[in-house]
Design a protein around this ligand. Structure first.
Ligand code: GBH
Length: 468
């Protein structure tokens, strides 16, 4: 089994999770600054003020990627760094411009995401994603940054995981801005979709015609009872997939949420605007989700940390139970099951044919420890990556058009509501010194990339790490 020639191997990060320099060179606060500084919202009171200090260590980080041999780097741009208060900030734009140049100098294709959850606080104060105007502001931002970097970026991604922005941010309240209104969350989902469509169109007008245009979704790979699967699928997957791929909003989603809203916030022409052409669909996959219909009486199971009595992100799914799945688990408590990866990719291949796919995030947090020799023997992460890359290979062998794979993450970083307690990196970051150490998984990934994934998934591939 092999990977196609030109398959893009990469690593991924996001601005707020790695950059730090939260008040430097004119950057204005985002909703994650506000949220993380609000007591009780992020574990141990951690913030992204310093993070991995990538804002100052970016050159060293690009050099590490060159040693890894990646063909692409997926990073995100901080909206409030480049347009604080809506006004262009040359110092902020220059940071990304230098980063892009450095990547290109090392033969690494820049894959730029415009929005990885860090909405400028002033845009939230004006209503945030539940307000229609945010979609337009987002398109203006796309135009600005597209003009600045459009001659050099290989792939433009409008949004990262709009499900998290809309439903974790505005319904469950576990992500910034921490609001808990189910109708606002549906409006946010729509305005994220609309923002995606408008930004895609704005970018196409100003960037190089050779650039690819994409969006990244965290699709839930659902298993369990048909009716429960259908409901969760509608409000987590098809709410984005269907309008973005030209089918408009699913009728069953509108029915499931009819007691909350008549969806009149979707105006004439919106669905056409959302259906902007996509060159590639980014897919983030970590673990599958198991659902069933709740009997209404016994204590309801809430896997994945949705506590009893807490606001749910799954709007309109009041009769669904999220079942605990068998282990093993990562340090996030997420079940490890690579069959969800090819299952998800093949479902997209079957049900949304013709759209090339790219795995834009996959990875795992474990409680890494530094060994006596200073190395990090993270063999569970190696096994996780190996098994999930093998699953991507199976999907390709079965006909799916998958163009690349990005490991989450290049570095340990600020893991949102979990702060620095969860480590996803191939490269360990010591806090607060910021010192970087390659884990065994980094050496393993370097070798896997060097071989273009050959032998991964072969029965005799035990994931042995060759080391330096
Ligand atoms: C990604 O989010 C993010 O893009 C990235 O920034 C982050 O660091 C990384 O993954 C690791 O967390 O709520 O029941 O559906 C992934 C977020 C993880 C959200 C799995 C949904 C399933 C539980 N997703 N989670 S549920």
């Amino acid at each position: 089994m092999g990977f196609p020639d030109g398959f893009l191997w990469g690593t991924a990060t996001a601005s707020y999770q790695i950059e730090g320099a939260a008040a430097e060179d004119g950057r204005a606060p985002s909703i994650w600054d506000t949220f993380s500084r609000t007591p009780g919202k992020v574990l141990d009171g951690d913030t992204g003020d310093v993070a991995t200090d990538h804002y100052h260590r970016w050159r060293e980080d690009v050099a590490a990627m060159a040693r890894l041999g990646v063909g692409a780097y997926r990073f995100s741009i901080s909206w409030s760094r480049v347009l604080p208060g809506g006004v262009p900030n040359q110092k902020g734009i220059d940071f990304y411009s230098r980063l892009v140049d450095e990547l290109l100098d090392h033969g690494i294709a820049p894959v730029a995401t415009l929005y990885h959850w860090d909405l400028p606080q002033d845009v939230e104060d004006a209503g945030g994603w539940p307000a229609r105007d945010t979609a337009k502001r987002f398109a203006d931002y796309a135009d600005r940054i597209g003009r600045a970097l459009g001659d050099r970026v290989h792939t433009w991604t409008t949004l990262n995981e709009p499900w998290c922005s809309a439903f974790l941010g505005y319904a469950a309240g576990v992500h910034a801005p921490g609001r808990t209104g189910p109708v606002d969350a549906l409006k946010a989902a729509h305005h994220l979709n609309l923002g995606h469509g408008l930004a895609n169109r704005a970018l196409r007008e100003v960037v190089a015609p050779s650039a690819l245009h994409s969006v990244t979704l965290n699709l839930h790979h659902l298993r369990g009872e048909d009716e429960a699967v259908r409901r969760v699928d509608a409000v987590s997957n098809r709410v984005f997939l269907d309008p973005m791929l030209g089918r408009g909003y699913p009728g069953d989603l509108k029915r499931d949420t009819a007691d909350l809203t008549d969806w009149s916030f979707v105006r004439d022409g919106d669905e056409a605007a959302i259906a902007a052409p996509l060159d590639v669909l980014g897919v983030n996959y970590y673990s599958p989700t198991l659902v069933r219909t709740w009997d209404g009486t016994s204590p309801r199971e809430h896997a994945d940390g949705h506590r009893q009595g807490a606001a749910t992100p799954f709007v309109g799914c009041g009769d669904v139970e999220f079942a605990v799945q068998p282990g093993p688990y990562t340090a996030m408590g997420w079940p490890i099951d690579a069959t969800g990866m090819d299952g998800l990719l093949l479902r997209l291949h079957r049900e949304y044919p013709g759209v090339p796919l790219m795995v834009t995030e996959n990875g795992a947090a474990f409680d890494d420890e530094v060994a006596e020799d200073g190395g990090v023997r993270d063999e569970r992460r190696v096994a996780y990556l190996r098994d999930h890359i093998a699953a991507v290979g199976r999907a390709i062998a079965a006909g799916a058009d998958v163009r690349g794979y990005f490991a989450w993450s290049l570095l340990d970083n600020f893991e949102w509501a979990y702060g620095y307690s969860k480590r996803f990196g191939l490269i360990r970051v010591d806090y607060p010194t910021g010192e970087r150490t390659w884990k065994d998984s980094a050496f393993w990934y370097r070798d896997a990339i060097g071989a273009n994934g050959a032998r991964i998934g072969d029965p005799d591939d035990d994931g042995t790490v060759r080391g330096q």
